[in-house]
Design a protein around this ligand. Structure first.
Ligand code: ATP
Ligand code: MG
Length: 571
């Protein structure tokens, strides 16, 4: 492909909303263009990388035994009502009506659609298992679309769905898909890690996420330094926090704590550590408000809480509600006598505390010397802790470390959640009906390409890993008005094309400085520069975008040397 024929305009301008480097560079490199918030055109150069990503995914899905199909983007509301996700998905769902006032949505995922046709087609255990996938446009009306393709509203996802007669069969396919995902991210040359994950609105029993590690990642993951445990903090557990030193219970008394509404203020005033305090967090949920008790130096994990309660939405209650339920302004809530007005749930981290401090449910006062059972009855204890760096590993005596990741893939053991809700049954050998066991497997196409840029760039531009590069080789004629330069560059380009090399040719009538800057920006891995100066000495310049070392070679050898370099890069 020649630059003069492709539609490609690079720019120095960074879009005002481009916070992360992948967004900035892909926009500047003329790969993507914003149409509206979170909605992008993939320009020709960008589409080439996207297509390469899709080919890698197709290859690995096919190899893992998944079969490709393509489902509609627009889905009828009735299916979503069957699973109750018409409500659960809330504002993420882009809803619309047709001319007959029937409700539809633009699909954010396809469990409903696939389960609907499978329940019509599949009757017998003999037809199971199978695994179907598609690469298709999704729409999620994200609250904060940002980071370009990384958190878009309209985006490409590979989604696969498998159907089984048993948990064992599901586990087998899940494992095959897990391995296929590993191969996909290895094929892309990405540094990634697989972590235990919460299953969120998709639901189900077990799930793993694939994270590309990057500072700009929106997810926090913990991993044990010994390598035996890694999890999204949404899901992560600890081996248990260190218990406080043993103490004899003292009498409970009230202390005046005027204006002390934060843990820091209270502990300073009372001269105790924050780990001696119990925080009472009042949450509003779809069902009823609950008060969660957590150690003063720790935070509640709201994802764990929602899944423990089996609710879809929750948020910290507002001032007015806190006052209504506790009788005190925010900052003075405590569990003593609170169980009369609200459901109390204790986080395990707070359970070993003795003689602790908590709010007295009236303004400017805290209790000191509070003890469970004697002073506070808590009916429910659960692990609701937000795990952090330095916490003990749940698997060994190691310590957890915290890092940031971009979730590029997410696989779920759904079990019978959707098949039960939608009556997707099969009959076994005896003719008895059972709901099918299901798995689902998502992978973000655009997000993975963007993540590759996050991991592979320098101050001048993108440094594509070969498998995702829009082209593998760039030929540049540095002085195109010079007949010999142009002819030599044309020849090398033609020869590479004839050899089937994935080559791009900067044949524009631009200054060498402009061409080198653009070459750095668009980041094609191998570069052949043909310029008057080196050509006078019978040479052209070969270099790699990554290390910039220049190799002077005779024009006639250039194509062969490019072949060697590609082989070295493992293309
Ligand atoms: P997130 O937590 O980042 O919102 P999710 O958990 O809702 O994502 P899944 O439902 O697991 O996403 O979707 C499968 C994959 O689709 C994700 O792993 C991700 O790679 C991709 N994906 C999800 N949402 C977006 C988005 N808004 N833009 C681009 N890719 C996305
Ligand atoms: Mg996910």
């Amino acid at each position: 492909m020649r630059w003069s024929r492709i539609y490609l305009y690079t720019t120095r301008e960074i879009p005002a909303d481009a916070e992360v480097v992948s967004h900035q560079l892909m926009a500047r490199a003329g790969m993507i263009r914003k149409l509206a918030a979170g909605i992008y055109t993939y320009l020709p150069l960008g589409w080439r990388s996207i297509k390469k990503m899709m080919e890698i995914v197709r290859r690995e899905m096919d190899a893992a035994g998944a079969v490709e199909l393509s489902m509609p983007a627009i889905q009828p509301a009735e299916l979503w009502q069957e699973t109750e996700r018409w409500e659960v998905f809330g504002d993420l769902l882009l809803r619309m009506k047709d001319r007959n006032e029937r409700d539809f949505c633009f699909g954010p995922t396809h469990e409903e659609v696939i389960t609907d046709f499978v329940r019509r087609d599949v009757r017998s255990y003999r037809q199971l298992p199978f695994n179907l996938y598609q690469i298709q446009t999704k729409f999620r009306d994200e609250i904060r679309p940002r980071f370009g393709l990384m958190r878009a509203r309209e985006f490409l996802m590979k989604d696969a769905y498998s159907f089984h007669t048993s948990e064992e069969s599901l586990a087998e396919t899940y494992e095959a898909m897990r391995q296929a995902y590993c191969r996909v991210f290895e094929d892309c040359r990405l540094e990634y890690t697989m972590v235990e994950a919460a299953s969120g609105a998709i639901g189900g029993s077990g799930s793993h996420e694939f994270m590309v590690l990057a500072e700009t990642g929106e997810d926090a993951v913990v991993a044990c330094s010994n390598g035996d445990y890694a999890a999204n903090t949404e899901k992560a557990e600890t081996g248990g926090l260190e218990p406080p030193p043993a103490e004899e219970p003292i009498e409970m008394r009230e202390e005046s704590t005027p204006g002390a509404t934060t843990v820091a203020e209270v502990t300073e005033l009372l001269g105790v550590g924050p780990e001696k305090l119990v925080k009472t967090m009042l949450y509003d949920t779809d069902v009823e408000p609950v008060a969660v008790l957590v150690r003063g130096d720790r935070e509640v994990n709201e994802v764990k809480l929602a899944s423990y309660l089996g609710v879809n939405h929750l948020q910290l209650a507002g001032e007015e509600k806190v006052e209504r339920f506790t009788g005190a302004p925010v900052g003075f809530a405590g569990p003593v006598a609170l169980s009369e007005s609200v459901r109390l749930i204790g986080d395990e981290s707070a359970r070993p505390l003795v003689n602790f401090v908590c709010g007295a449910n009236k303004a400017d006062a805290h209790y000191v010397g509070v003890n469970w059972d004697r002073d506070v009855k808590v009916g429910e204890w659960a692990d609701l802790l937000l795990v952090g760096a330095g916490d003990p590993c749940p698997r060994c005596d190691g310590t957890l470390e915290l890092s940031r990741g971009i979730e590029v893939g997410h696989i779920f053991m759904l079990g019978a959640k959707y098949s039960k809700a939608m009556e997707c049954f099969y009959s076994d050998e005896k003719g008895e009906l059972h709901p099918m066991e299901m798995g689902c497997y998502g992978l973000g196409i655009g997000r993975t390409v963007a993540a590759a840029v996050e991991q592979n760039h320098d101050e001048n531009g993108i440094i594509w890993p070969v498998p995702l590069a829009p082209f593998e080789v760039l030929v540049m004629s540095l002085n195109p008005q010079d007949d010999e330069v142009r002819r030599t560059a044309d020849d090398i380009y033609d020869q590479l094309v004839a050899e089937g090399v994935d080559v791009f040719y900067d044949d524009r009538d631009e200054r060498p400085g402009v061409k080198f800057k653009d070459a750095d920006l668009i980041g094609i891995p191998i570069r052949v520069a043909v310029g008057a100066k080196s050509l006078a000495e019978g040479k052209v310049e070969l270099s790699l975008r990554r290390d910039r070392e220049k190799h002077l070679v005779a024009p006639a050898e250039a194509a062969a040397r490019v072949g060697d370099l590609l082989a070295e890069l493992g293309a």
